[in-house]
Design a protein around this ligand. Sequence first.
Ligand SMILES: Cc1cc2nc3c(=O)[nH]c(=O)nc-3n(C[C@H](O)[C@H](O)[C@H](O)COP(=O)(O)OP(=O)(O)OC[C@H]3O[C@@H](n4cnc5c(N)ncnc54)[C@H](O)[C@@H]3O)c2cc1C
Length: 454
Amino acid sequence: MIRTVKKKFDVAVIGGGPGGLSAAITAAREGAKVILVERSAALGGAAASGLGILGYLDSHGRKSLGGLAQEYIDRLEKNRGAIGHYRCPVHNSITPVAPDMFKIVATEMCLEAGVELLFNCELIDVKIENGRVVQAAVYGKCTRIEIDADVFVDGTGDGDLAYLAGAEYISGQDDTGIMQPATLVFTITGYDLPRFFEYIEKNPDECGIKEDYAEGYNLDFFRSTKGHCFIGLNKLVRKAKEAGEFDVPRNQFIYIRTPDDVQLAINTVRIINIDASDPFELSKGITEGYMQIQQLMNFMHKYVPGFENCRITQIAPTLGIRETRHFIGKKRLVKEEMFNYVNDEDSIALCAYNVDIHSGTSDHIDLGRLDRPFGIPYGCLVPVSIDGLLLSGRTISVDSTVFGAARVMGPLIAAGEAAGIAAAICVKRNISPADVPVADIREILIKNGAILSV
Ligand SMILES: Cc1cc2nc3c(=O)[nH]c(=O)nc-3n(C[C@H](O)[C@H](O)[C@H](O)COP(=O)(O)OP(=O)(O)OC[C@H]3O[C@@H](n4cnc5c(N)ncnc54)[C@H](O)[C@@H]3O)c2cc1C
């Protein structure tokens, strides 16, 4: 028989990725009694997959994230799990993080802050009273845990909590509903980068980004920049496709350096035409992800100089989902007014990444360079129709273009820090998220070292 356990917290955060984790740590540091529920056995979400964090520096190399976002990197560096921020002509900056060390540091920071952690539990139900979320039920190990809280934070990525609460949302991209593709990220070892670079030296057109802004995205950059993301090999991919040995709907190969000299993250799997908020489609995507990894390993072994003997070290524990539901907040940031919130008193985080939209139906990627960061207003974190709830992570209320930039981990960590502060203020003052004065959130953010103006 399923047993039922009841718990009471000030703040309940569901989902321990960059958004939820950051909100949980910050709310607890601000004095709230916090529980963080995570369906897997690790904190970090996509930050624990091998991907580098984007958004620390803008296109001019100016620092755009401080506070908790910088603290993660400082603590990782002390544990040999990060090597600083690296400028990039295409991505503005890349901050490599060691996936497993991120899980450990995140856990340590939660423990220090006094966050109660509940692993391997998944949200199953939400109770609403008078338009306000009052309880979230989660399930794990034959146990239903009913969590009452003053404030709930949705850090599930797909917005499972907000969805069950009945918050308004748009599925996929505005107008089309198409969702950016999913990717099963994996890490490899046993490769030989100097040999790979010799191949690129003889085939410079194999550096895949040809646009003007990518000037400098070349072999010298890859050789001299420890933290880089390589995109290219169009010729080899074409050759493998012609031989019937590359079905992945991509025309390029992508790897990302981790802080470790002997581990690369491969971000080349591409699963199109799925809605990962549907469990059957999600499972189909995961299945396809494993099959694509098999094909990519064969591709590297057979076609890519320097990768003939590479081996898998880890496959990310969950399928990386770029896009599913977008919730409607008190404020919905749209592209026309994207820059209105730089240095604005409503802004709680800066986004210094570019507008990067992966096609959900083909191999195309649209990259729109942004010359400077934009601000994310607090209202994007507050769902319009449901009280007692804050959005943290990729569920925040923005249109498809803004989402192309704001979806990356750096700005989501910064916005998550603000969500945690807001949640703690709600508890202290017994007010709703919609009534928290933004100036009070900003004051604490600034005290914590966050960067809110450029
Ligand atoms: C393939 C891929 C490549 C990307 N590349 C980069 C990159 O290089 N750099 C970058 O900065 N950003 C990148 N992004 C974007 C970025 O990783 C995500 O947008 C970001 O991680 C979203 O943060 P989040 O906290 O909302 O969600 P997630 O990171 O997905 O975390 C959500 C967490 O909630 C948990 N969860 C989900 N549902 C439930 C539930 N019902 N109950 C309990 N727990 C739940 C999950 O297990 C997970 O731990 C990439 C995204 C993808 C998919």
